[in-house]
Design a protein. Structure first.
Length: 318
């Protein structure tokens, strides 16, 4: 069985870990990762979502944070600060910095990001095929209501999304192409899953790459999503701020309608938390496959059950 997942960082990584726990070796999982959060920072290429997926699935993530390496140190960042340099709002741990340096060195040999990602993933053995959404440098920027434009990570990490956002833009989007293997992974899948990642700047950015949304609409595989909103609040992070910026209500029902049902949208089915069972009822009345179950990812076995509930909606349990 072939399962393809469109993933952002923490939420998508934790969901995929539960999915792996569920299917074991009975399925091959391909993860298409958002790279819109990527950036050049003081000479190194940082890929937050790719790294969170690698570390989480490879067993090295800082569990309390949900990102970065466990047993991390920050001697390099502290010493740079003593020189009056460094990352004022985005501190890289020493172990994490090694990953970024390795990635940068490989990129500078001329390798595309997809091949660099495969090389880095060899160390972590994540149990999935990990693909960036594109080999091109597409970065998500935020245009604030006062006209400033800044990288999404600066808006998210430095300003904690407190600057009102007017819109999100992806640089170089018009000329970007899906990374090798991405369209085939969607077209050839037995099931495609949209996990509880940010629908605007994570999954939304993946879908913005020319060709990917069309592939989602036309694949023969059923497409099932898991709501990132429970009881009117995002499961993690500040997805509500992102949804508000694009005029979408922070609710399980509104996010489903934002993605849309195929053939015009990208989903066939939507799993919501049991606190939002009324949303599932409304979607079923509109012709969706929809279900309600506890969806808070508290640990790996619980997340495996959530993955099972999602796959069961489309009859895709291996």
């Amino acid at each position: 069985m072939k399962i393809t997942v469109l993933s952002g960082g923490v939420g998508g990584a934790r969901f995929t870990r539960g999915l792996l726990n569920l299917v074991g070796e009975r399925a091959h999982i391909t993860v298409v990762a958002n790279t819109g959060d990527d950036m050049w920072l003081h000479g190194v290429r940082v890929c937050p979502d790719l790294d969170t997926l690698m570390y989480t699935l490879g067993g090295a993530v800082h569990e309390e944070q949900g990102w970065g390496r466990r047993d991390e140190s920050r001697r390099t960042s502290d010493d740079l600060a003593a020189y009056g340099l460094g990352w004022e709002w985005f501190t890289l741990g020493d172990l994490d910095l090694a990953t970024h340096l390795a990635r940068t060195a490989l990129l500078r040999t001329g390798l595309p990001l997809s091949r660099v990602t495969a090389r880095l993933a060899e160390r972590w053995a994540p149990g999935v095929t990990l693909l960036p959404m594109t080999d091109d440098e597409v970065e998500t920027h935020v245009v604030t209501t006062d006209g400033r434009e800044l990288h999404f990570e600066e808006w998210w990490v430095r300003h904690r999304a407190a600057l009102p956002a007017a819109r999100f833009v992806q640089t170089n989007l018009a000329t970007a192409t899906p990374a090798p293997g991405v369209l085939a992974a969607i077209a050839d899948a037995d099931v495609v899953v949209v996990p509880p990642s940010n629908p605007v700047v994570s999954v939304g950015t993946i879908l913005a790459i020319p060709g990917i949304r069309d592939a989602m609409r036309t694949t023969a595989a059923p497409v099932v999503g898991v709501s990132p909103v429970i009881g009117g609040a995002p499961v993690r992070g500040m997805a509500d701020v992102c949804l508000t910026a694009i005029g979408v209500e922070t609710s399980a029902l509104a996010v489903a309608r934002h993605y849309g049902r195929r053939p015009d949208g990208v989903l066939d089915a939507w799993l919501v938390d049991d606190r939002d069972a009324d949303a599932a009822d409304a979607l079923r009345s509109e012709g969706w496959l929809a279900g309600a179950a506890p969806t808070l990812m508290t640990d790996v076995p619980t997340t495996a059950r959530i993955a099972a509930d999602a796959l069961a909606l489309v009859g895709a349990l291996p």
